[in-house]
Structures are given as structure tokens and as C-alpha cells.
Design a protein around this ligand. Structure first.
Ligand code: NAP
Ligand code: MG
Length: 490
């Protein structure tokens, strides 16, 4: 397939390394958000029965895969990662077309999946339990890890390649089998990667992919008692629904959810670097990172200067076709996303926030696709919904603060606690901020979206639940622990 051509191909599900048609015989279309009404390709509108079939295949494959030596699993895992790297450009074009992020951003996503994937594959052989000190109570004892069984992976559309890899590779490397349900906005990259798992040589049933609606197949995956763990990334609302449902089977969950991430800029900050950070984490992927900056708390002394610098940079952004290498921001991911961002912009105006720049694209661009210009609101107060609710789009809310204490109080006044950043040259301010900010990620002089695979990636409060992805916990989530005791008669 040539991802640059417009396709009308119909892709099947992937079950047991076979392409399967959904039992409903129905399909749905994948739209390019830069071209309203376009059809990139069609995908299976699956139903719960298809999930049952995929779990059957995964459960069957688990019997062998759990006994496959870790070095063999790693060998296949690194082949998969190599294939992702080799097909980087194809995957980037697919992601750019179905999600709307720019080609440069899509390449960066694939590169990040390769970096993290390499880490997870390598980590698997260093992932060891603990042994008791010799002779404790006359026995030897240790903790032994076991894969939990069939794992359900449910991903959002904003990082369709990276999020899937970050969940699936640790699951597979620790001996589990996977049924993957991608977001309805981005099924193409999912099916493409399913082919790469097969090409890498993974045995049938170890990785399966079912496309279809979250409310149908997502629920069915969560409800199947044979699925022992659900790793989900998406909205807090859906995360809560999943958590309610899994209570029936006591299925463990890893939930990576929404955010309302604050960037604090102190009077002594390097303002150019701070504005760069706001631009990167505010508008990369049209503000659709879960770790995007969405609130900026500016110390009063630098408030006006920062705002002027930021607005000037926003106005220079070139919004347009994501496949054009010259543009700096693509459309948002689809019609629902577009509507909800526009509604948030209207509400912010109605609540009295001051629109400095941006809003929905007008004219020919606005007609063509779901484009929203980089948008900045000033004079935002903590009661306004733009300060409280996740928008998940290219919209920044700016509030003035007097002091670090006030910045911390406001930043923490949120049901979310995913990522955060401060720009300052004052080491004491940095330490105080690190100690007191409520967030799973705290950055000093680095934008809110920065992360490395060796450190845990997850949110506090309503931004996450369960063991975080990446780092040691990224593997721990996918294993059961067995305490082993041996007494020798000698
Ligand atoms: P979403 O609406 O919650 O959907 C996420 C996934 O869940 C999709 O595959 C969706 O399928 C599926 N789903 C929907 N309803 C379901 C149900 N009842 N049971 C099981 N699965 C269901 O989120 P999104 O709009 O795709 O993504 C944006 C959100 O993700 C934002 O809130 C963002 O902050 C969050 N996010 C968090 C992180 C993180 O690491 N913390 C990373 C990225 C994104 P359909 O597509 O078919 O609806
Ligand atoms: Mg799409």
C-alpha cells in the first residue's frame, strides 16, 4: 500500500495472524481531518462477538507464549521495533493523514515509539524478582513474576503508534498476549502495526487487533473475564467507566487519563526559553498531547512581555495541510474534537476571558478541514471553565500570579495532576516547586511534554490510576507475583 495515495481499501481485523471481517459485516471510514468528508480507508465495525474471538485466540496463544524464553520474546520484540524504524516514513504519513499532526510531528512520534520500544525490549531481561537473605526461617524464598494472561490495550487517537507500543511491548515481553482496540479516529496505523507484528514473526494469537467503537468492542474487551489486565489511555470520563466495569471481575487497570497541565513562569526566567516551551507544549500536535501545556501562570513582572512574545509567535505559525513540510500546525483530529474545542473557546469568551489571538480558522482553510489557529486567552481566573476543564486543543489560558506560593496553589487547584513545569533561575524556587506541585511529572526549565522511557509516566488524582507506564512499573503492571518458599531436608 502507498499511504500517500488516497485509498478506499477495506482493512480487516487481525486475529490469530489472519485478516478477519467483523461479524456485523459492517465497516466504518477513516477521515483525513485536513479534508472534511474524505475517506482514507474503511475498517471493520466490530461487535462484541469479534472481541470474544480475539480473546479466544489470545488465550490459546498464551499457553505457549508464557513458556517462550524471554530471549526469544526479546528477539521478536526487537525485530518488530526494527520494522517500525524501517517503515518510519510510511507510518508517519499514515499518522499524519489519519490524525492530522504534521509529518514532522508524526516522524517524531514514530521515533519516540522506537526509542521507548527499544528500552522496553531491553528492560525485559533485567526485570528480576528478589531473593530472601539466605537461611531466613530455615528456607530459601524468592519472588517470581508471572504474566497475567490476556491483556486488553485500548488507545486514544493522539499518539496512535507510540501509546500502543508503550503498552503492548512490555505486555508481550513479560509473556502476556494482547488484544488491541485502537481509537476509531486512527485505525489505519493500528492495522499497519498489526502487520508488522506478523512480519516480525510473532506466533499467531500473541497480538490481535480489533477495530470498532469503544462503546461496543471497548466495553466487551473490558467485560471479558479472561482479560486479566486493561491498559487504557484516554479521557478521564471513559477511564472512570472502565474502572466501574472492571470491578465485576477484579481486572487490574492502568489508566492514563486527562490533564490540565500548568506552566509557571517566574520573573527571573529565561523568557525566550519559556516562550519556546509554551509554543512546543501548547501547540505541538495542535495541543493534543495529554501532557500539553494548557494553563500558564505568569509572575506579574514579566506578564505583559511574555504575552506579547507568545502572541507574536502564534501569529507566525503556519496552519495548514499536515503533509506540507512548511506548515507548523495541522488540523485537530476530527469533527468531535473540533466542535468541543470551538465550544470551549465560545465559553471562555462568554465567561470574560480575553482572546489575545487565534480561534477557529476561517475562509478556505476553515471550509476544507478541522483547523483551529493557535489560541491564547489572557485574564483567565480560576473559576472559569477554561482554567478547569481539559480542552485538548491548541488553546492556552493565561493567568497572572504574585508569587510562587500563589502559582502553586492555583496550579494544584485542579482535579487533574498529570504534568507541570516551572521556568526559573532560582534553585530554591525550583526545589519548592518540585516538592509541592501535584503532578506525576515535574519539569524545571523544560516543557511539560518532555519524558524519558526510564522514568514512570502517569498522572495523580483524576489523571491516572494504577501503576504508571514506562520505567520499572511499565513492566510490573503486567505481572503477578508469586512468593516461593523452599525448605531443603538437608
Ligand atoms: P477517549 O474518548 O477516552 O477514548 C480513548 C479510547 O477508549 C478509544 O479507543 C475509545 O474508542 C475507547 N473507548 C471509548 N469508550 C469506551 C468504553 N466505554 N469502554 C472502553 N473503551 C472505550 O479519549 P480520546 O478522545 O481518544 O483521547 C483524548 C483523551 O486522552 C484526552 O483526555 C487526553 O488527555 C487523554 N490522553 C491521556 C494520555 C496519558 O498518558 N495520560 C495520553 C494521551 C491521551 P473510540 O475511539 O471508538 O471512542
Ligand atoms: Mg481519522
Amino acid at each position: 500500500m502507498n499511504p500517500k495515495e488516497t485509498l478506499t481499501e477495506v482493512y480487516g481485523n487481525y486475529v490469530g495472524n489472519q485478516r478477519k471481517t467483523a461479524s456485523s459485516q459492517a465497516t466504518f471510514d477513516d477521515e483525513d481531518p485536513a479534508r472534511k468528508g474524505s475517506v482514507l480507508a474503511s475498517f471493520q465495525a466490530s461487535s462484541p462477538r469479534d472481541i470474544t474471538d480475539a480473546v479466544d485466540a489470545a488465550a490459546e496463544a498464551f499457553l505457549h507464549w508464557r513458556r517462550t524464553p524471554v530471549d526469544e520474546r526479546q528477539h521478536l520484540g526487537s525485530r518488530f521495533v526494527q520494522l517500525v524504524r524501517q517503515r518510519q516514513e510510511d507510518l508517519a504519513v499514515i499518522v499524519s493523514r489519519e490524525n492530522g499532526k504534521t509529518l514532522r510531528e508524526a516522524r517524531a512520534e514514530v521515533q519516540s515509539a522506537v526509542t521507548e520500544g527499544t528500552y522496553h525490549v531491553y528492560q525485559a531481561s533485567r526485570f528480576v524478582g528478589h531473593t530472601l537473605p539466605a537461611g531466613t526461617q530455615g528456607c530459601t524464598g524468592w519472588v517470581q513474576y508471572h504474566p497475567v494472561g490476556v491483556v486488553g490495550v485500548i488507545s486514544p487517537w493522539n499518539f496512535p503508534v507510540n501509546v500502543m507500543c508503550r503498552k503492548t511491548l512490555p505486555a508481550l515481553m513479560t509473556g502476556n498476549t494482547v488484544v488491541f482496540k485502537p481509537a476509531t479516529f486512527t485505525p489505519w496505523s493500528a492495522i499497519f502495526m498489526a502487520q508488522l507484528f506478523e512480519e516480525a514473526g510473532f506466533p499467531a494469537g500473541v497480538f490481535n487487533c480489533i477495530t470498532g467503537l469503544g462503546s461496543s468492542v471497548g466495553n466487551a474487551l473490558v467485560d471479558d473475564p479472561r482479560v486479566r489486565a486493561i491498559s487504557f489511555t484516554g479521557s478521564t470520563d471513559v477511564g472512570k467507566k472502565i474502572q466501574e466495569r472492571v470491578a465485576r471481575n477484579l481486572t487490574r487497570t492502568q489508566l492514563e487519563l486527562g490533564g490540565k497541565n500548568a506552566l509557571v513562569v517566574m520573573h527571573d526566567a529565561d523568557l525566550n526559553a519559556a516562550v519556546d516551551a509554551a509554543m512546543t507544549a501548547g501547540f505541538a500536535c495542535a495541543g493534543q498531547w495529554c501532557t500539553s501545556t494548557s494553563r500558564i501562570l505568569l509572575q506579574k513582572q514579566i506578564h505583559d512581555r511574555f504575552l506579547d512574545m507568545l502572541a507574536a509567535r502564534c501569529e507566525r505559525m503556519i496552519v495548514g495541510d499536515p503533509l506540507d513540510e512548511n506548515i507548523t500546525m495541522g488540523p485537530v483530529a476530527g469533527p468531535d474534537q473540533y466542535e468541543s474545542i470551538c465550544t470551549a473557546i465560545h465559553r471562555a469568551k462568554a465567561e470574560g476571558a480575553r482572546l489575545v489571538t487565534g480561534g477557529a480558522a476561517t475562509g478556505e482553510l476553515g471550509e476544507r478541514g478541522y483547523f483551529i489557529r493557535p489560541t491564547v486567552f489572557a485574564d483567565v481566573s480560576p473559576e472559569m471553565s477554561i482554567f478547569r476543564e481539559e480542552i485538548f486543543g491548541p488553546v492556552l489560558a493565561i493567568s497572572p500570579v504574585d508569587s510562587l506560593d500563589q502559582a502553586l496553589r492555583l496550579a494544584n487547584e485542579s482535579r487533574y495532576a498529570l504534568s507541570s513545569a516551572i521556568f526559573t533561575r532560582d534553585i530554591d524556587a525550583a526545589h519548592k516547586y518540585i516538592g509541592e506541585i501535584d503532578a506525576g511529572l515535574a519539569h524545571v526549565n523544560i516543557h511539560t511534554g518532555f519524558k524519558l522511557p526510564a522514568l514512570p509516566f502517569g498522572g495523580w488524582k483524576e489523571s491516572g490510576f494504577g501503576l504508571p507506564e514506562n520505567g520499572q512499573t511499565g513492566l510490573e503492571f503486567f505481572v503477578d507475583r508469586k512468593a516461593v518458599y523452599i525448605k531443603s531436608s538437608a
